[in-house]
Design a protein around this ligand. Structure first.
Ligand SMILES: [Zn+2]
Length: 72
């Protein structure tokens, strides 16, 4: 009886830890700066990247590598 209560307690802690971690990891959309086409999904850490992130990616509409910026 004591063991099951303890297992349940540790499981509860683990779940709350996961929820906290998921809160800092958010899904973002990446859009082409040139044509405004939203071509990519990505995820970022809110704590590590509080500002909008920019990445060089291939845009299928422009057919070249362009700068993609995070759009919300
Ligand atoms: Zn483009």
């Amino acid at each position: 009886m004591l063991i099951t209560a303890l297992t349940f307690w540790t499981l509860n802690i683990r779940i709350s830890e996961m929820a906290r971690r998921a809160d800092n990891r958010i899904i973002i959309n990446m859009g082409c700066v040139d044509c405004r086409e939203r071509t990519y999904h990505s995820s970022k850490n809110r704590r590590n990247d509080p500002q909008r992130i920019e990445l060089k990616k291939f845009c299928p509409r422009c057919r070249v590598h362009t700068l993609h910026r995070e759009v919300r």
